[in-house]
Design a protein around this ligand. Structure first.
Ligand SMILES: *Cc1c(COP(=O)(O)O)cnc(C)c1O
Length: 365
């Protein structure tokens, strides 16, 4: 028995992996593996249509939004987003506002600068990304084409616990949110966003699938330099089949969506995720042996970076964790220390085992 705390690619539900194994050689009597199917055949069409339907239902995506299945990951989207949206106000690429809350926002900003003017409207970099900058400190642009956020910073461990209102300060600019590492972990009012995007490999499925949820009026504004395969309108008009979609990754994501529905959907996941995060943070707060650096009201429920007070024990800590089957707890190299990623597929028993180990390690060191 192991518990995998990897930040991504990350743990998947056992039941899903078992079902995929059972169906590997012969999907539903078709005589084919899903990997071998034509993406336009009726077997595969039934798989992708069910995945889209379930995603829409689970995440309560309104009917005036398209769900697109793409490739390239969130990092490719960092370029694809300005190429699709920077021209929203007409006259070529305009200005886009970005909120810098950590490593992933920083990357998004750097990439967007290649395609449009970027205004960093707020940043917590000076505070080492320990909090989300308060909304009333943001210096938004009146003519911003869009406002970009990373709503869960996987590396730094901060998460928005609110949806900012930017409409009045920006003449209704849409919010574009990178939700790679917490999509489907909590209820979201999708109608407050213009675009929600993320790679699947944190909280949904295998790497290779990128999900973009986009309000329909934001389609059709791509700059001429945008590759056709990444022009969201072209992708939407072709039901995510302008080019061959990542068929197997979509199939696994579809199995995860069915699993989520059996568990009770996003509301039940959110309830469990709150309980899991509370268990871990309460323990970390109860002792001086471990420390955390994130403001309490900005802590991520998905990714918890923490540090041993005595960092010379780091290697011993990790070796002992591995012996107990607690895997991939080493922090990101840019932050150091430890990081426990506790996505939807991590059961509460995994967090209990981690806390039990934290207590044991503290007692014995
Ligand atoms: C992992 C991650 C990315 C990068 O995803 P890729 O699939 O490697 O492109 C971007 N943003 C966030 C928030 C992430 O967690």
């Amino acid at each position: 028995m192991v518990y995998n705390f990897s930040a991504g690619p990350a743990v998947l539900p056992k039941e899903v992996l078992q079902q995929a194994a059972d169906e590997m050689l012969d999907w539903h009597g078709s005589g084919m593996s899903v990997m071998e199917m034509s993406h336009r055949g009726k077997e595969y069409m039934s798989i992708i249509e069910a995945a889209l339907r379930d995603m829409r239902e689970l995440f309560a995506v309104p009917t005036n939004y398209k769900i697109l299945f793409l490739q390239g990951g969130a990092i490719a989207e960092n370029a694809i987003i300005p190429m699709n949206l920077a021209g929203l106000r007409g006259k070529g690429a305009g200005v886009a506002d970005y909120i810098n809350t950590g490593s992933w926002s920083t990357k998004s900003i750097k990439e967007a600068r290649r395609y449009c003017e970027v205004n960093v409207a707020a940043s917590s970099e000076a505070e080492k990304f320990a909090r989300i900058p308060a909304r009333d400190t943001w210096k938004l642009s009146r003519d911003a084409a869009y406002v970009h956020l990373c709503t869960n910073e996987t590396i730094d461990g901060v998460e928005y616990q609110f949806t900012p209102d930017v409409a009045a300060d920006t003449d209704n600019a849409p919010i574009v949110a990178d939700m790679s590492s917490h999509i489907l972990s909590r209820a979201v009012d999708v109608s407050k966003y213009g675009v929600i995007y993320g790679g699947a490999q944190k909280n949904i499925g295998p790497a290779g699938l990128t999900i973009v949820i986009v309000r329909e009026d934001l389609l059709g504004h791509a700059l001429p330099i945008c590759p056709s395969a990444f022009d969201w309108k072209t992708v939407a008009d072709n039901d995510s089949m302008y080019n061959t979609p990542p068929t197997y990754a979509i199939y696994i994501a579809g199995l995860v969506f069915q699993w989520l529905k059996r568990q009770g959907g996003v509301a039940e996941m959110e309830r469990r995720n709150i309980a899991k995060a509370k268990l871990l943070y309460d323990y970390l707060d109860s002792t001086e042996f471990y420390t955390t650096r994130i403001a309490k009201d900005c802590r991520s429920r998905m990714n918890a970076p923490f540090f041993l007070h005595d960092e010379t024990l780091n290697e011993t800590f990790l070796a002992g964790a591995k012996e107990r089957g607690l895997l991939q707890l080493k922090g990101h190299k840019s932050v150091g220390g430890m990081r426990a990623s506790i996505y939807n597929a991590m059961p509460i028993e995994g967090v209990e085992a981690l806390v039990e180990y934290l207590r044991h390690f503290e007692r014995t060191h």
